[in-house]
Design a protein around this ligand. Sequence first.
Ligand SMILES: [Zn+2]
Length: 263
Amino acid sequence: MKCSVGLAVVVILLSQSLIAQDRPVAHHYFSKTPHEHLAKWSYTGNTGPAFWGQLDPSYRLANSGKHQSPIDINTTTAPVSKLPELKFDYRRERIAALNNGHTIQHNEAPGSFLFVGAEKFSLEQYHVHTPSEHTLDGKPFDLEIHFVHKSTSGAVVVVGVLVQGDENAELDLPLYHDLPGTPGENVAFEGSRNPSDFLPRSRDYFSYSGSFTTPPCTEQVRWIVMKQPIGAQPKYVERFATILKANNRPVQKLNDRVVEKSK
Ligand SMILES: [Zn+2]
């Protein structure tokens, strides 16, 4: 009897140490279909961001992680560093929008890449938060687009583009034309677009080490937040807000991290 109790303890300890390892490739950011999470989470009430860390053992980094995202970026104190140049080699393709209950997401077909210096990452998907998750000097923006990339070795880079509603915006947003209003709905559109249309002209950026902003909030995500926001017609911004309500995790503590800027 004593032995089986001991064995159970060993099994529990082993399973906890397995959970403790980062498994970014298994994260739902790379899931191409709607799916059940380990535990239901949301942006409000008792399954909201303040409780994510308690909803499931695998979500514990949401509470205990020291390198969590998003953050507020102090644009003045961030030191200028010789950061690698960004090259977006995205290709034009037909857009499909999936409402997965947490965001509206486009899943990429293979063939679009981001180069960070000599490192190559494939674009896996992009999705939208409203209002923005990252803030600049305490200021939130109307939307934030996250372009999620992965290298062949499993390293993850997320590019954040801040979007502000602007009547004079030349950019023909929306990203997805008409939006899927209900969870599970997937809408494919005629015509095609290049996701690089949703990048600012300037390639200057902020860089820091963070996490996914949704459970399980896995760390060791390299964040690239573009310095220059883009403008979008207010009616599109409002449409996202109507469907998604507020799907932004509050900003997290910087702790020992330094945010660098390219210029
Ligand atoms: Zn995101």
